[in-house]
Ligand binder design. Structure first.
Ligand code: GLU
Length: 287
């Protein structure tokens, strides 16, 4: 089997050491076995994505010595995501949602049993039960998103697992992210929909990414099952932390790879040190 892996950054900011670690592992997972390494720019968050960050990502990867076989940009592929949404809609697994953020927050606050996910309350399902006539009328005059009916999807899919090279066989909790957004009011496709469509369309066999994305993998396996897409092998790797023990993020002031490039650091030497398990001073792995 030819191993196909990918690095799939969102161009919403500069890459940092955690991204470098992820890119190196995805790259090496394929290249160590003569496989293919793909670069996919995940820019469906149209309000936050910036062309200058795309340019920076390419420079960062070259600086680290990571060459890719093929580069795709999600904003060129919106028709694929619409086709997947059509299929979910035809199968009765997607519904329009008219709620604003404020309405969702009010609904959650008023509910005693609001479902919770890894990052807090999940969408309470308000628009799932709107009757068809009202739905049609509201669609003609109000902005709306499309959501997955996760409960119905779980019934269609039956019991699921995923294979993780680090964690072993993982049982899927199909309601982990609840009725997630498939297409937003101002977002042409959600991360979850686009990522499963592209991993399948591009023949990705190994999804290598940080452990922080593991909760989403439950939802990705559910989407793969109901869309009839193949199941890749996953590798959710350890994260890089700063000295206070935070995950790296711009809001915590993590230095970017571009900062280090500008200071004249040797990117290939950095990549090789990471491969050997050595991090720059001030960073550690979340083992
Ligand atoms: N665009 C996602 C991110 O930057 C990619 C996650 C994935 O590899 O599936 O977090």
């Amino acid at each position: 089997m030819v191993i196909v892996s990918r690095f799939a950054p969102s161009p919403t900011g500069g890459l940092h050491l955690g991204h470098a670690w992820s890119a190196i592992q995805a790259h090496d997972r394929a290249r160590d076995h003569g496989g293919r390494f793909l670069l996919r720019i995940e820019d469906t968050d149209v309000t936050r994505s910036r062309p200058e960050h795309v340019a920076g990502i390419l420079q960062d990867l070259e600086w680290l010595g990571l060459g890719w076989d093929e580069m795709t940009v999600q904003s060129d592929r919106l028709a694929l995501y619409d086709a997947a949404l059509d299929r979910l809609r035809d199968d009765g697994l997607a519904y329009p949602c008219f709620c604003t953020r404020a309405e969702i927050a009010r609904e959650v606050a008023a509910s005693l049993h609001a479902p919770h996910g890894p990052d807090g309350p999940l969408y309470p399902g308000t628009c799932r039960s709107i009757d068809p006539a009202t739905r049609e009328a509201r669609m003609a005059g109000e902005p709306f998103a499309w959501r997955l009916d996760a409960g119905e999807a779980a019934r269609h899919a039956g019991a699921l697992t995923w294979t993780d090279e680090v964690a072993g066989t993982m049982p899927v909790e199909p309601l982990m992210l609840g009725d997630l957004v498939l297409k937003g009011k101002d977002r042409p496709a959600s991360y979850h929909l686009a990522v499963v469509v592209d991993d399948a369309a591009q023949g990705v066999t190994h999804v290598v990414r940080g452990r922080d994305i593991m909760p989403s993998t439950h939802a990705h396996r559910l989407l793969q099952a109901v869309l009839g897409l193949p199941e890749p092998v996953y590798r959710h790797h350890a994260l890089v932390l700063d000295t206070p023990g935070n995950r790296l993020a711009k809001r915590h002031g993590a230095p970017t790879l571009a900062d280090w490039r500008a200071q004249g650091m040797d990117g290939v030497a950095l990549a090789n040190a990471l491969r050997a398990g050595t991090l720059p001073a001030g960073f550690s792995f979340d083992r």
